[in-house]
Ligand binder design. Structure first.
Ligand SMILES: Cc1cc2nc3c(=O)[nH]c(=O)nc-3n(C[C@H](O)[C@H](O)[C@H](O)COP(=O)(O)OP(=O)(O)OC[C@H]3O[C@@H](n4cnc5c(N)ncnc54)[C@H](O)[C@@H]3O)c2cc1C
Length: 408
């Protein structure tokens, strides 16, 4: 490692900005470069499908730090700059303009990008994806004039955009290949809650359908063709069928990649001077005894902080219990834990499910794997504790709102 070269972070999203901050907080005074291909200061994405999309949150609110902060911290922030090559042996990056940049240690926080629908018509002008702020701006403009849109994919992004469209008075048809929304993440029991929520808000939900084409006339979207012959009329389409980690750079450099950049619990990749964190990292998780990749805000807040400390030679083991949240209509929820599809044997409800004020617990053999609090607040600490402890609990008491969670 060349100690005079800068530490470099590639990917100026939330994870990149958090890592830069931690390097300074931990006393690293040397040169620090933060490179991002978007022409923006690092910003947070959750508002893009919620408050910002609804026009409630102003643009300034999405930024992780104001522009002046990067100068004060002597962080060489380079927006609008793509890194196109990585040579780990030479500790050298190549930028899109052909110039090179040497690093002492490198952190890859390149995030993820929306999957594209592999059908005819997917490149029409009225087909939207949502990852970047300008895509949220386009959707907001669309909602001012559109009467009817189709949302392909009933995952988090699809459902949040649906809720925002409904708030703007737009008719929405949601098209989903599975039998329920969010089925793979939540399982049948809780997926039903989200289906009911959207039905009550006037959304047409069509499950078990296959999209074969996006139909257009004169370059504009007119509808969606389904495999069963039906055509769903729509003036625009939002495709929300998941994301792919941005691993191209790591792959080209020969780093170990398996649906994400493989790292150990210190967030170190297969090269000792290259680290990865945030949506792009598949990190070994000590609590689960295997590598997992988490595509959520809280992971992009905390994991890069651990990676930054590891870059400075500190002993770290990133073992936080995964956490995420969503807001749709009047439903706000937090989910703490990690469950693979079919990885649980029983869902235990505590509270009023029909009234949407409850906690759901995914359990296996009496152990709590995850908990989701819906319109109930300040309970993530005891839920996290239950998950982390791995204790077998009495499921009747777990279901009883009169038993404090801390007593379980
Ligand atoms: C609309 C939306 C709503 C969301 N809502 C929630 C929510 O409610 N709750 C929740 O928990 N999570 C939510 N998330 C997920 C959360 O935003 C992500 O987990 C988080 O953004 C991940 O941060 P990151 O920094 O790892 O990656 P990213 O945010 O993807 O940032 C990576 C950056 O790296 C840049 N980059 C990639 N390759 C290169 C390269 N070669 N050279 C230079 N730059 C490069 C990218 O352009 C990008 O700017 C939401 C995401 C979206 C899109």
């Amino acid at each position: 490692m060349d100690a005079t070269a800068p530490h470099v972070i590639v990917g100026a999203g939330l994870a990149g900005a958090q890592a830069a901050r931690t390097l300074r907080e931990e006393g690293y005074q040397g040169p620090l470069v933060l490179i991002g291909e978007e022409d923006e200061l690092p910003y947070e994405r959750p508002p893009l499908s919620k408050g910002y999309l609804l026009g409630k949150d102003p643009r300034e609110k999405i930024y992780v730090h104001p522009a002046a902060w990067y100068q004060e911290q002597r962080i060489d922030l380079r927006p609008g700059t793509s890194v196109t090559g990585l040579d780990p042996a030479a500790h050298r990056l190549t930028l899109a303009d052909g110039s090179t940049l040497d690093y002492a240690r490198l952190l890859l926080t390149t995030g993820a990008a929306p999957r594209r629908l592999p059908v005819p018509g997917a490149a029409l002008d009225g087909v939207h994806h949502l990852r970047r702020v300008e895509e949220s701006d386009r959707l907001r403009t669309l909602f001012r004039t559109a009467r009817r849109i189709a949302v392909i994919g009933a995952g988090w992004i699809g459902l949040e955009v649906t809720a925002a469209a409904r708030a703007a008075g737009v008719e929405v048809t949601v098209l989903e290949a599975a039998e329920l929304p969010l089925l793979r993440v939540l399982g049948r029991e809780v997926a039903e809650v989200f289906a009911q929520l959207h039905r009550e808000n006037g959304v047409e939900l069509r499950f078990g359908v296959q999209v074969t084409e996006i139909l257009g006339a004169d370059g504009a979207v007119t509808g969606v063709q389904l495999a069963d012959g039906a055509v769903v009329p729509a003036e625009a389409v939002l495709v929300g069928i998941g994301v792919r980690p941005n691993t191209a750079l790591a792959e080209q450099a020969g780093l170990a990649v398996a649906d994400g950049i493989s790292t150990d619990e210190q967030l170190r990749s297969s090269d000792p001077d290259v680290f990865a964190a945030g949506d792009v990292a598949r990190a070994h998780h000590p609590l689960y005894g295997r590598a997992i990749r988490v595509e959520h805000w809280a992971n992009a807040v905390h994991q890069p902080r651990a990676a930054a400390r590891a870059m400075l030679g500190q002993e770290v083991a990133y073992d936080r219990v995964p956490y995420f949240f969503t807001d749709q209509y009047d439903l706000g929820m937090e989910y703490t834990g990690y469950v693979e599809p079919d990885g649980y044997d029983r869902v235990v409800f505590r509270g009023d499910v029909a009234g949407r004020e409850f906690i759901a617990f995914w359990t296996a053999g009496g152990r709590v794997l995850a908990g989701m609090n819906v319109n109930i607040w300040d309970v993530t600490d005891p839920i996290r504790e239950l998950v982390r402890s791995g204790r077998v609990v009495d499921l009747d008491r777990l279901a009883d709102p009169d038993v404090p969670l801390g007593e379980l």
